[in-house]
Design a protein around this ligand. Structure first.
Ligand code: SAM
Length: 368
């Protein structure tokens, strides 16, 4: 390995890649972080005051500017909306991916090709035209490369030594994950074994939940090698009131909320709409540990609005706080937001970020 690689962090956001690099224990220096989002840049600066931030659009940077940075490694998280299931799926036709195509165009012309490139994106990217263009560019520049489709829980708990695995292990492992991830999509509830009635997998239990979903969640929650949600919660949260879910949202979305308890060992992915939109943006926390979901949702449809609200109130549901989402994403305790960043902005920025522990392992694997 080279002595102290110079790292260019593109689409740097709040610095998830920078934290992952630190966690990987690779002695490297981030020579520039580039992002157009001024709020993200403020948070980045707050946490990494000594790193040079370029508050620019990437496609506005010249080849000369890139060459002057003299970097050995690129860490980047291009926008994912062109590829997500809930996004546009316009792929290379989405204007948000222009900057990435610009990087691909520019790469072969650099005076010095970076030795390492790590790109992080969402499920959906692996089948995109953008990905094919990336691979073509890498091949033209004679890079060797590996691709992974990973789920944090499985990487961190079942394969803690990702770095010591052979490439062949990882690709078959990725295939398995891919299938699992498909199954995971759209799951919307907690589990309760005694609700399984006639053993048919498609039977809807309470809360739109099907038996196979319940079973899957049960097996995840029973996997004692995964940490419990309670390990990620803020201790002695002073004022939980900003995090309680509005009555309107509760009534409207009760049946599709992904509700997790403190002893669960799973959640759905937290995305940037968390706290503002309910559907598919992240799990919510049941803080009443002694109340079973089944007791609240049984015959729910037949209740009046007031009765529904009375039932739902028993669960004492709240959103995870930004600190808790950061904990779930593996951000270290020293990560913080400047005071003036609003709650909504915090959720947006964290939802755009990544899992630090997983990326740290990948950086290590790439460099070592
Ligand atoms: C998926 S997020 C990456 C988040 C980052 N990895 C983190 O840990 O917070 C994409 C980031 O790219 C930035 N971005 C999108 N298009 C850009 C462009 N053309 N030039 C510079 N930054 C851009 C967005 O502002 C956003 O912060």
């Amino acid at each position: 390995m080279m002595e102290r690689p110079r790292v260019l962090e593109l689409y740097s956001g709040v610095g998830g890649m920078h934290y992952a690099l630190t966690e990987s224990c690779i002695a490297a220096e981030v020579v520039a972080a580039v992002d157009i989002n001024t709020v993200a840049n403020e948070v980045y600066k707050h946490n990494f005051p000594n790193t040079c931030i370029y508050p620019k659009i990437i496609e506005g940077m010249t080849l000369d500017e890139f060459n002057k940075l003299d970097f050995d490694m690129i860490l980047m998280s291009p926008p994912c909306q062109p590829f997500t299931r809930l996004g546009t799926q316009k792929d290379v036709l989405d204007s948000r991916i222009k900057s990435f195509l610009y990087i691909l165009d520019l790469l072969p012309s650099l005076t010095k090709l970076p030795k390492y490139i790590l790109l992080e994106n969402v499920k959906g990217f692996e089948t995109s035209v953008a990905r094919n263009k990336l691979l073509q560019t890498l091949e033209n520049c004679r890079y060797s490369y590996q691709e992974f489709l990973l789920s944090p829980t499985l990487v961190l708990e079942q394969f803690p030594d990702l770095d010591s695995m052979e490439a062949s292990d990882i690709s078959s492992f990725s295939q398995t994950l891919s299938a699992d991830d498909n199954n995971m999509e759209g799951i919307t509830a907690d589990c309760c074994a005694n609700e399984i009635k006639n053993g048919r997998d498609e039977t809807v239990l309470y809360k739109l939940e099907k038996i196979r979903h319940v079973k899957q969640k049960q097996s995840q929650d029973n996997n004692s090698s995964t940490q419990m949600i309670q390990d990620f919660l803020e201790e002695g949260l002073q004022d939980p009131s900003p995090y309680f879910i509005s009555t309107k949202s509760l009534l409207r979305y009760a049946l599709i909320l992904d509700i997790v308890g403190q002893t669960c060992r799973r959640s759905v992915c937290f995305t940037k709409g968390y706290g503002s939109y309910v559907e598919g943006t992240g799990s919510v926390l049941k803080t009443a540990s002694d109340v079973e979901l089944a007791s609240v949702f049984q015959s729910f449809e037949t209740l009046s609005e007031d009765e529904k609200l009375t039932q739902l109130a028993k669960l004492k549901l709240r959103y995870f706080t930004p600190r808790e989402v950061a904990n779930l994403h593996g951000f270290p305790p020293e990560f913080s937001f400047p005071e003036k960043i609003s709650l909504k902005q915090r959720y947006r920025l964290l939802g755009n970020s990544l899992n630090i522990h997983v990326v740290a392992k990948l950086i290590k694997l790439m460099v070592e």
